[in-house]
Design a protein. Structure first.
Length: 81
């Protein structure tokens, strides 16, 4: 199964590790360090031109998505159920 992250980006649900609200970058030092590390390794992709609302972590990449965490989680749940 697949989940649409916004724009033209679609990932396999089997690769999905976590979905976080964008505010986690400001509220969690550990989360910010994780994203910075991913950026250094060129494993971060921003989807579309809109401000990101969520961070989607997969096995190989971190995506900044313009879609809210609640919408992404619903999409992932619909595909699992």
């Amino acid at each position: 199964m697949y989940i649409h992250l916004g724009g033209e980006k679609i990932i396999r649900t089997s690769q999905l590790v976590a979905i976080f609200d964008i505010s986690i970058e400001q509220s969690s030092k550990l989360s910010r360090q994780f994203v910075v590390h991913a950026q250094k390794n060129k494993e971060v992709e921003t989807i579309g031109e809109e401000d990101p609302k969520s961070i989607v972590v997969t096995e190989h990449k971190v995506y900044y998505s313009p879609i809210s965490t609640s919408t992404l989680k619903k999409r992932a749940h619909i595909l699992d159920g």
